[in-house]
Design a protein around this ligand. Sequence first.
Ligand code: HEC
Ligand code: HEC
Ligand code: HEC
Ligand code: HEC
Ligand code: HEC
Ligand code: HEC
Ligand code: HEC
Ligand code: HEC
Ligand code: HEC
Ligand code: HEC
Length: 572
Amino acid sequence: MMQVSITTLTRRRNGSIGRKEDIKGCEVLRIGRGAENEIFLSDHRVPLHLAELHEGVDGLFIEANGTHDLRLNGAIIRKAHLNVGDVVGIGPYELVVTEPDDSIHIAVTLELVHPIGDDVESLLSRSKLTTTNIGLTKRASSWILGSLTLMLFLILPLFMADSPLSNYFSASKSNNAPNTMTNNNDIDFDISWVSGEVMNSHKFFANDCAACHTKAFVMVEDAACTACHQQQHGHIDKVKFPSEDLTSTRCATCHTDHQGPHPVRAEKQELCSDCHKDLDKKVDGMHLTNVSDFATNHPQFKPTVWQNPSEGIQKRISLDDNPVEVSNLKFPHKTHMNANRMRNPKTGTNTQLECASCHVPDLSGAYLEPVKMEEHCGDCHVLTFDSIAPKRTVSHGKPEVVYRELAEFYSTLALKGGVTDKTAPKVVRRRPGSPLLKEEEKKAALQWANLKTKKASRYLFSASQCGSCHEITPEKTNASGYSVKPVKVTQIWQPKSVFDHGKHKDVACAECHAADSSMKSSDVLLPKIEGCQTCHGGEQATDKIPSTCISCHGFHRDDVAIMTGSTGKTVQ
Ligand code: HEC
Ligand code: HEC
Ligand code: HEC
Ligand code: HEC
Ligand code: HEC
Ligand code: HEC
Ligand code: HEC
Ligand code: HEC
Ligand code: HEC
Ligand code: HEC
């Protein structure tokens, strides 16, 4: 955020100069005729988005947008470094870079050096033509011009096909959906009404005014929007919260169109905080805390934490109340970050694990992919079960599947023969491949296989193998005699907001997660709100990132019913 001082100079008729200083905080200083520019120049000779001023490592820098040109000290340029004293010509204006005061990064003065009047006056002085010369009084000529304007820009458009009023009046069209996506007008008289650029997604029908302005002289109704946006979900449940107070915000309050390419131009936090600052007064027994600003009045985060995975119980617990998670998966982060203890049994060497050895960003880069046993643990935690087959492993999966694999392994072995284990009966130690002739021999072999399966599974399901990571309980109904408690590793901890790891990739993991000192998976290793507030401020912040509600929250919730705006009625 840089502080910019913009001094507007106005030359009075008597020659004296008026000065008006304006201090603004911004990342870049935009110049143009559009209202969103920090240097907003209303003269129609200035393009909407002319140029941008940045403060770079090597000083001040100006760059023209698109195909526009600038004049720097008289020469035509597209981009250039600026120094104190430089004069930039912007259409009829002159911008002069001046020495900034302390605490100000950039200081400029701005003056309209070629007022439009100059040009008109010099034209007029060269012309002998006046209204009286051609036989019209001032009054008559203004009446004629006035009616012409009305005719061209109001009456004509109203009666052109597809315009708001023709829809409104013509009975034959009234049962048509107003939102025709095509525009049949050969001449777009409606264009004369345009009040600004519509959002990118709407450009393809931007000239079909009637798609949104279904009724002339009436604010845009929600029904016009929901005619196309039939699947748009709401914010709150209208049945649970029937109050007018809560359900009467129009789409156009937040989605004011004609404001440039972005979908929500009205980013102002009042859109949310006007309602959220005293929700407890609006709704009896409100379960959400009041919120009005991220820096000054926002509750501590309450991640959604597993309490009892077997019964599907989760609970929102404030990070101030030291939440404890029950995921049924054991995992000491600290041990694994210590290279001295991380001996890989296959290679015999010690490994320094990184966070990224297990936590890989998902496709969007916002969240992290789930950790998988085979991929992230399997190299070291090998699921072996018997020293007579030291390389043999079971697959990682349901206990009954693991048990079946063991049973198949031992019965195949017993029937084949050639086992070297001295405690095994003779039949299984016989020369491998020689056929088993007698029924009793076959029986004895399989009995051995059965015993071995039981023994191996006792070992596997013990604290040495599956039980080192899992909660294992005896379970008679399972073929293996065991069951593994369901594992729930949370993927989205704070579902009421969005977070984006990609936008924080230059911040060390440890700044936000105290993982390398955690010995138990029940620790919830998430940062508290205070951790975010070191960088993110409220809407008005100048020394931190100004973050409004929609930086971190959406509005439309998939778990809430669809906003079916019936005609004329407002929806939530
Ligand atoms: C995608 C929908 C959409 C289309 C298409 C559209 N408008 Fe709008 N227009 C809006 C919305 C939303 C507003 C905000 C007014 C409100 O709160 O009801 C608005 C406001 C206006 C205003 C009031 C001034 C202002 O900026 O608030 C004028 C004038 C206007 N539109 C003219 C037009 C004309 C002319 C066309 C056709 C060339 C057009 N609009 C096409 C959605 C649309
Ligand atoms: C003629 C059909 C039509 C009408 C009428 C219409 N929209 Fe859209 N709108 C679309 C289409 C198509 C898209 C782009 C695809 C999408 O996001 O669903 C879109 C996109 C959007 C987006 C998302 C833009 C983005 O870039 O993510 C918003 C917000 C939106 N519309 C709001 C409104 C509002 C508010 C109104 C009423 C003033 C409205 N729309 C009227 C067709 C329409
Ligand atoms: C209180 C403000 C508010 C109101 C009222 C509102 N929206 Fe939105 N809308 C938002 C916000 C915030 C987003 C998310 C924008 C973002 O993430 O950039 C959004 C996103 C959208 C999108 C983009 C797709 C999506 O789901 O993210 C569409 C389409 C949309 N709104 C249509 C509508 C329509 C139609 C209405 C009226 C029926 C409406 N909105 C009412 C604030 C609002
Ligand atoms: C007119 C009142 C109103 C407005 C405007 C409003 N909200 Fe809400 N919001 C509510 C109510 C009521 C609830 C509780 C809904 C529920 O529990 O189903 C809620 C719930 C929420 C929640 C919790 C969602 C959840 O999953 O439980 C968040 C976050 C939120 N709003 C953010 C916003 C943001 C961001 C905006 C502005 C874009 C906004 N709200 C605008 C009334 C409003
Ligand atoms: C050997 C694999 C492995 C490594 C290396 C690892 N993690 Fe994890 N991490 C896990 C597993 C498994 C879980 C889920 C179990 C749990 O909650 O502890 C997890 C969970 C997490 C969570 C979720 C929140 C929570 O409380 O459970 C965070 C945050 C996290 N790890 C951060 C880190 C950071 C930061 C590092 C680097 C210092 C790191 N992890 C290194 C395997 C790993
Ligand atoms: C680089 C090899 C390696 C990787 C990868 C690895 N571990 Fe370990 N793990 C070990 C070693 C070695 C020990 C024993 C450390 C000690 O006690 O000194 C261990 C110990 C454990 C323990 C403690 C066992 C006990 O009885 O105290 C658990 C639980 C555990 N690991 C789970 C996991 C999980 C879950 C993963 C995958 C997300 C994983 N480990 C990935 C090597 C690894
Ligand atoms: C080194 C730790 C580790 C060991 C040893 C281990 N698992 Fe797992 N297990 C995990 C992790 C991590 C998950 C969750 C991620 C996944 O599915 O890969 C998991 C998931 C499971 C699941 C799915 C649970 C659910 O609710 O979705 C079952 C079943 C399971 N393991 C069974 C076993 C059995 C049986 C063994 C022993 C043969 C075993 N595991 C050994 C770490 C381990
Ligand atoms: C920097 C990010 C950020 C900003 C900015 C932000 N929030 Fe939040 N907000 C969060 C997070 C994270 C949570 C916790 C989400 C959860 O518990 O699932 C949350 C929780 C909430 C909740 C739930 C409160 C409760 O009772 O637990 C509401 C309501 C809410 N925010 C509204 C707002 C409003 C309104 C604004 C704007 C004034 C805002 N937030 C600004 C990140 C943010
Ligand atoms: C600026 C703070 C911040 C930084 C830096 C950060 N995280 Fe996170 N991390 C979070 C927050 C907040 C969540 C909770 C998001 C949610 O699930 O709602 C989270 C969630 C996680 C989770 C749980 C799974 C998930 O995607 O939600 C893991 C694992 C994790 N982080 C690992 C890491 C690793 C590894 C790094 C370093 C590369 C890292 N984080 C850097 C704030 C941070
Ligand atoms: C070290 C500083 C720092 C910390 C700490 C930090 N952030 Fe950020 N955050 C940033 C920066 C820088 C951006 C990028 C801003 C941008 O792109 O406009 C950002 C972007 C975001 C965004 C995306 C906003 C958007 O408009 O796209 C969200 C959401 C967010 N942070 C939430 C959080 C939350 C929640 C925390 C605390 C858990 C947090 N941040 C902690 C620096 C930080």
